[in-house]
Design a protein around this ligand. Sequence first.
Ligand SMILES: N[C@@H](Cc1ccccc1)C(=O)N[C@@H](Cc1ccccc1)C(=O)O
Length: 653
Amino acid sequence: MLVYLTAECCGYPISIFFIVVNEFCERFSYYGMRAVLVLYFRYFLLWDDDLATSIYHAFVALCYLTPILGAIIADSWLGKFKTIIYLSIVYAIGQVTMAISTIHDITDANRDGTPDNFTFHIALSMLGLILIALGTGGIKPCVAAFGGDQFQEHQSRQLNTFFSVFYLCINAGSLLSTLITPVLRAQECGIHTQQQCYPLAFGVPAVLMVISLVVFIAGSGMYVKTDPEGNIMWSVCKCIGFAIKNRFRHRSSSYPKREHWMDWANEKYDKLLIAQIKMVLKVLFLYIPLPMFWTLFDQKVSICHFSGLLGGLPDQMQTVNPILILTLVPIMDRLIFPLIQKCGLNFSPLKRMTVGMLFAAMAFVSAALVQIEIDKTLPNFPSSSESQLKVVNTYSTTLNVTISPNEHLLIESFGVQLHTSKHTYSTISCMFVNGYTADLNITNLDSIEPSATTNYTLVNQGKRDFVLRHGEQWCEFSRKFGFGASYTFLIPSTVFSDDCESITEVEDMKPNSVHMALQIPQYFLITTGEVMFSVTGLQFSYSQAPKNMKSVLQAGWLCTNAVGNIIVLIVAELGKLPKQWAEYLLFASLLVAVSIIFSIMAYFYTYIDPAEIEAQVRKEQGLEPEEMEKETLEMEEKDEDQKNEQGVKQTKI
Ligand SMILES: N[C@@H](Cc1ccccc1)C(=O)N[C@@H](Cc1ccccc1)C(=O)O
C-alpha cells in the first residue's frame, strides 16, 4: 500500500494551495467568458436575441453534460491528475481559439470595422466553445475529488473546511471576472479600426486558464496521486448487467432471496467491487429528487431579470450571488453550524441539504409576495375580448369624440385618452407626438413628421435631457423617469417660442413603486439555500464515494444540476401560468414536496465510511490490503466472461 508523506501547513496539506488557486483561475476564466458571450453573439456576430440565447444555453448545457466523460476518463483510465492536465490543455486551447475568433481585423479586408467573413468567426468560436465545454465540464468532477484525495485520515475536519474554501474560491473567481470582463469589452481596440475590445474580454479569461494550468502543474511534486484500478466503469457496468441478468435467471421463488439485488453478482464478481457499487448506487438513488433545487436556483436569475427591482440588468445580478456566497459561507461555517452543534442538534449533511431546499422554497414564496405587490401597480390590460384605444388631441380646444354606438370621450387640448402599449416592467419607455407644424429632430431619435408619433423608445432610469431641433431652431428639456414607467410627450406648435415649456408629459404607465430592497430577502434566502445545499452536497458526494469512484460520484452530483437545467428548459417550453406569482408559488410548493420526499429518503440512509467498508470486505475475504489491490487488478485483466460463465452454472443456489 502506498503511504504518502505530505507537507502540511496549519494542519492542511500544502498541495491544497495549488488546487484552490487553480480552481479560482479556472472559474475566473469560465465565468468571465460567459459574462460576455451573449454580447459577442449579439453585437459581434450580429445574431438575433433568440439565436444568441439558444446557442448560449446549448453551450451551458454541454458544460453540464461533459463531467460524466471527465469522471470516466479519470476513474477508469488516466487518473485524476493526468485527466485534469490533459483536459485543461484542451480548455486553454478552446479559450485561446475563442479569443482569436473575436479579432475582427482578421477578416476585415475593407477596413470598415466589421468582419467580412462571418463564417470564419462563427466556425472558430463554435470550435472554441466545444473545446471549452469539454475542458470545463471534464475537469469539474476531478478537481474537487483530487483536492479531497490530498487529505489523510486524521484530517477529516480540514477536509470539510477544504470544500468550503473551494466554494469560496469558485465564487471569488466568478465575482471578479463578472465585474472585469464586461469592462474590458467596453474598451476600444483594433489594428485597422477601433472596435469594442472582445479580444481583450476573451483574452484575459484565456490567460487565466493558462495560469490555472501552470499553477496546477507547479504543485505536481506535492500531490497525492491515486492511479485508477483498471477500467472501473466498464467493470461496474458489466457487474450491474450481470446482477440483473442473474436475478432474472433466478426469478423463480425456489431460489432464496438475497439481501440486495447487487448480491446476484456474487457468483462472478469480486465482493469488494459489489460493495463499492452498492455504495455509489445508494447515493445516486438519494440524488433523484435533487434536480428540483437547481430548477428553482436557475429560475431565480429570471425572476431578478424580469422584475427589474435591482436595476433589471442580468449582468449586475450575476455579482449578487457570489458576493453573498463569500459572506455566507464563513458565517455558516464559523457561526451558525457550530452554534447548532452547541445546542446539541445533529445537523447532519442530509438535514442541511433538506433545509437548503426549504430556504430556496422560501425564496420563491418571497418572490411571489413581491410579485403580488408589483401586480398592484400595473394598469389593467385589455382581456382577449377587449381592445384599447388611445386618442391624442393636438387641436387647440377640448374635443368631444363619439365612438359608435354610444361611448363618449372628452379630450382636452393636448390631452390623451386611454392608452395601449405592451408592458415591459424592467424598462422605461417614452413616446413623442409631434403637434408642431414641421419635421422635428429629437436627440437619439429619428425625425418626426408633423402630427406623427414616434414608437415607444427605451430610456435609462433617472434624469434625461432631450434636445428638439428644426433647422436653426432648437430647445431642450429634461425629465426624470422612474422604473417601469411609460410616457407620452405631446409637442405643441408653440414649442420653440416658449423654449420647450409647453411640452405636455402624459404618464401612460406609473413607475414602479415597489422598493428594490424587497428583492434582498429572495437573494438572501436562495443563497443561504445554495450554501447549505451545494457546499454540503459537494462534501457529501466525496465522503460517501469509494476511493476508486470519487470522480464518478462528483459527476453524479453535477448531473443533478444538468437535469435541473433541462427541467427549466422544459418548463419554459410548456408555457407559463397566467399569473407570475402563482408560478412562483407552484415552484415553491413543488420544492417543499420534493424536500419532504428527500428527507424521508435521507432518514433511511446510513452514513458510511467507504474506507472502513472496503477494509471490512477485504478482511472477510482474508486478504491483506496490498493483496486485495493486486487481486482486483488481476480480476479485471482476465477475460471474465470465459472464466466465470462455467462457475455461475455450477453455483446455482
Ligand atoms: N454560486 C455559483 C456561482 C454563480 C456565479 C454567478 C451567478 C450565479 C452563480 C457557484 O458557486 N457555482 C459553483 C457550483 C456549481 C453550482 C451549480 C452547478 C455546477 C456547479 C461552480 O462550480 O460554478
